[in-house]
Design a protein around this ligand. Structure first.
Ligand code: ZN
Ligand code: ZN
Length: 110
C-alpha cells in the first residue's frame, strides 16, 4: 500500500491523499505538481527515476487506510533547483539510491 506522504519534499506544500495533485517515484519520494513539472522535469532528484501522478485514495477509504502523517521536507532541494540545477541533467551514474541522503545529491547539483 502506498504511504501517501502528506507534503511536497521540495516546497512543503500540503498534498492531501484524496486529491490527485501529487507526483511520486517508485520509492514514493513525493512532490507537488508545480515542483515536479517546473523544477524536476518529472525526474526524481533523489533516485533518478521518473515521477508519475500519484493516484488519490478515495476519502471514504482513508479512515480505515490512513495516509502517512510523517512529513518529508528538504528545504535545500528547492534552493538548489531555484539556482538552476536540473535533476534531469545529472549523468545517470551520479544519481544515488533513495536510501542515500538527499543532501548528498545536492552536493552533486552544485
Ligand atoms: Zn513542491
Ligand atoms: Zn525517488
Amino acid at each position: 500500500m502506498l504511504e501517501l506522504r502528506p507534503n511536497c519534499e521540495c516546497c512543503d506544500q500540503d498534498l492531501p491523499a484524496d486529491t490527485g495533485l501529487a507526483y511520486i517515484c517508485s520509492f514514493e519520494c513525493t512532490f507537488c505538481a508545480d515542483c515536479s513539472e517546473h523544477y524536476l522535469q518529472l525526474i526524481c532528484p533523489n533516485c533518478g527515476g521518473e515521477l508519475l501522478r500519484r493516484p488519490h485514495r478515495p476519502t471514504s477509504k482513508l479512515a480505515a487506510n490512513p495516509a502517512s502523517i510523517k512529513r518529508v521536507f528538504n528545504p535545500a532541494l528547492k534552493a538548489a533547483l531555484a539556482r538552476g540545477a536540473r535533476a534531469a541533467a545529472l549523468p545517470l551514474g551520479q544519481r544515488l539510491p533513495t536510501s542515500t541522503s538527499t543532501l548528498m545529491v545536492l552536493d552533486l547539483l552544485r
